[in-house]
Each structure stands twice: as C-alpha cells, then as structure tokens.
Design a protein around this ligand. Structure first.
Ligand code: FAD
Length: 383
C-alpha cells in the first residue's frame, strides 16, 4: 500500500516507454495508466515540435499517443497553468492529468485561490526543476560557447551542474555556473526560484537521488498526496510501472542537492535584488519607458490573463493609445499581481522589448513574502 510521504524508484514496465522516457519513463507510464483506467479524461503533456527548442504542449485523449511526450525538454518557453484553465473551462466536468513543473503548480494554486480552477479535477505529476533555458538563448549559447550548430543537436540535458548536448559527431558539457557568469544558462527567474521539488503536486518526480544501477533508468518519486498514492499504487498493481523503495543514501543525496539548489537560488536573489536596490524606481521608470503596450505581459501572466480583456480598456488611471504608456500602466499591473506574482517569468520572457518585468515584480514581492501568509504559490489547504 502506497501512502503520502513514501519515496520510490519507479520505472515503466513497457520496454518502449522505458527507453523513450527521460529517466525510465515512469511519468509517461503513469499518465498512460491514468488515462486508460479512467482516472482522467485527458492528459496535458509536452512533446518535441520542429526541434528540441520547440516544446509543444499537447492535450491527449488516446493512451497510445502519450509515448510521444516522453522525455524532458529544458529549452521551451512554457507555463502550463493558462492552458489547464482553458481546458477545464471548455470541458466542464472532465478531469485532466498534467505534467507540471514547480512554476506550473504555483500558477495553478494562484488561480485556485481566485476560484478560477478546480484542483479536484486535476492529477498533477510534478517534475523537479532546476530551471529551464529560453529557446533563443539556448541556440545562441550552443553556437557561441559550445561552438556547435544548434540545428545539429539532437539531445540536451542538465546533469550534475552541467548543460550537456549530444550532436552529430559527439557530445559536450559545460558547467552551468560558468555559462551563467557569462550571461547564458537558465532563465533569470529560474535562477531565483526556490521551488525545485514540486511537493504541492500529487507526485514529485525527478532524477536527483537515483543512484546505483537505477541511475538514469528510474525516476525518484515522492508521494505528495492521497491522489498521488492511489495512482502509483493502482499503476504498480496493474503492472504499468515497477517500483522499489528509494535507496536511503539516494534520499540523503537528493536532500543535499535540493539544499544546494536552494542556496544557489538565494544567492541569485541577493545578487539580482541588490543590483536593483540603489535605484529601484529609476530603473523601473527607465525600463518600462520602452514599453510598446502590446499587452503580452498581461495576456501571459497566470494571474492577469483571465481578466486581460478588461485590463486593456480605458481606466481612471490609464488612457488607451499612449505609447509608451503612462507609468501607471505598469504600476497598476504590479499592484494587481503583487499578492500573486510567482516569478514564473512569462511577462519578461515574452516581452518584445526585453523589459525585466519579472525581476521588478519579484524583487518587490519577495519582501512581502517574508511576512504575508499563505506564501506565494502555496495552497492554504493541503493536497
Ligand atoms: P518521462 O516519462 O520521460 O516524462 C517526462 C514528462 O515531462 C512528460 O510528461 C513530458 O511531457 C514532460 N515535459 C517535458 N518537458 C517539459 C517541460 N519543459 N515542461 C513541462 N513538462 C515537460 N529532475 C531533477 O531531479 N532535477 C532537475 O533539476 C530537473 N530539472 C528538470 C527540468 C525540466 C525543464 C524538466 C522538464 C524536468 C526536469 N527534471 C529534473 C525531471 C527529470 O528530467 C525527469 O522528467 C523525471 O525524472 C521524470 O523522468 P521520466 O522518465 O519518468 O519522465
């Protein structure tokens, strides 16, 4: 019997899924089982599009298609919470299984706090996430630092502190710290993230802590809810996945890696926020002065997007048609999201003028988060 808090090494029973999966295909096999058994009506997962810089979210209702989503894509621009809300709104009673990173989970929880999504209709298979890389920067980094044509790369991974590529003719790895010192590497919001193991999902899955002969061939699964326990229990009993208790040494190593990643996140927070501190308002005013008012920050924010259309019209504070807009345009947005900005980075990533909006919002909100409850992206209820 599986219960909340248990930790397992898990892998797919099916040989094809085991091979296609990033670390033994446990997630793919669990999604397949959840769909086949009727626990969910559809699965939202991510598959490779035109190339490995193109991560395409896909809703699947045929279990045979789920294997196409196996594998981890670290270079896609993704936040799935918006797509989840759209799916639930358009399929009124359906249940959805979703593979989520920490930021996806936080986005969903913030929407749930606003009664905009019903968490009971979701089965969340969380992946640990040390951070992702923007597709544009990934291509540039591979060309400049690895001196490889990005179109020749057929596999990328982040392992033991290195960004590693496999390409026609070889493979190369460079330490992420070295890449980041030179302005490459993970998105800046990911560097500051302190939510590496998504324990608010139903299962938290990753490669940290998988040691011995299972390393690379199994996923470390932490059971975070009764829903997650039921899924893993039923899938194992049905023969869809195999499990064994996680190695105690592996559990210890996983804890240490998580701790080191949190320290690194705090280091980036200090560095980024201290650089802003001397002239926060001046920097915000200067940077937002380049705004072309395309509304991308509003449309892609997991908090603002449900009301994006209302925010586009005239208001007492902002007159439409002004470019750059009156500073109140951005101040009003910061105020709206101040108790919900989860530092997902979508506003910044998708800003055509490269305004560091997530940094401003995160710097201000982090101060508040030391005091306010519930913490950002954390549910006031238990999963
Ligand atoms: P698979 O069966 O291969 O399934 C992988 C699932 O991930 C699929 O459902 C797929 O659709 C989904 N997916 C792929 N890319 C994305 C994406 N960009 N966003 C959302 N879903 C996606 N584990 C760690 O322990 N430490 C880490 O630092 C770490 N960083 C990660 C960063 C990213 C961006 C991702 C996607 C995963 C990361 N993982 C990390 C998790 C690890 O890579 C494996 O996904 C996990 O061990 C499950 O392996 P599996 O073989 O069971 O998954």
């Amino acid at each position: 019997m599986v219960t909340k808090g248990d930790m397992f090494y898990t892998w797919a029973a099916d040989a094809d899924v085991l091979k296609k999966g990033e670390c033994g295909g446990a997630i793919t096999a669990l999604q397949q089982y959840a769909l086949k058994s009727g626990m969910v009506d559809a699965v939202l997962a991510v598959k490779k599009g035109a190339d490995l810089y193109d991560a395409v979210p896909t809703v699947i209702t045929d279990p045979a298609e789920i294997a196409e989503t196996a594998g981890s894509l670290h270079c896609g621009t993704l936040l799935l919470s918006k797509l989840v809300k759209d799916y639930l709104d358009n399929n009124k009673t359906a249940k959805l299984g979703v593979t989520v990173k920490g930021c996806d989970t936080m986005g969903l929880i913030e929407l749930a706090k606003r009664n905009a999504v019903d968490m009971d209709r979701l089965l969340l298979l969380g992946v640990n996430c040390g951070g992702s890389v923007s597709p544009v920067l990934a291509r540039k980094m591979i060309a400049d630092k690895f001196e490889v044509d990005p179109d020749l790369v057929h596999k990328e991974e982040i392992d033991k502190g290195q960004f590693i590529i496999e390409y026609e003719g070889g493979h190369k790895g460079i330490k992420i710290d070295d890449l980041e010192d030179e302005g490459y590497g993970r998105r800046s919001n990911c560097r500051r993230c302190l939510y590496k193991v998504p324990r608010q999902a139903d299962l938290a899955c990753g490669n940290w802590g998988v040691i011995g002969d299972k390393a690379g061939n199994a996923t470390f699964v932490e059971v975070c809810s009764d829903k997650g326990a039921n899924l893993l229990d039923a899938a194992a009993k049905a023969g869809a996945v195999a499990t064994e208790a996680a190695n105690p040494k592996g559990i210890e190593i996983r804890g240490k890696v998580e701790g080191a990643m949190l320290n690194l996140g705090n280091k980036w927070r200090r560095k980024d926020f201290e650089a802003l501190a001397s002239d926060l308002w001046g920097t915000i005013a200067r940077e937002t002065g380049r705004c072309i008012k395309c509304y991308s920050c509003i449309e892609n924010c997991p908090v603002c997007f449900p009301v994006a259309d209302e925010l586009k019209g005239n208001s007492r504070m902002v007159t439409s048609g002004e470019v750059p807009p009156n500073p109140m345009f951005h101040l009003r947005r910061f105020a709206h999201i101040s108790d919900s900005c989860i530092n997902c980075g979508q506003c910044e990533e998708l800003c055509p003028m490269d305004i560091p909006l997530a940094l401003f919002s995160h710097a201000v909100r982090t101060e508040g988060d030391t005091t306010f409850e519930p913490k950002l992206g954390k549910a006031p209820y238990t999963n």
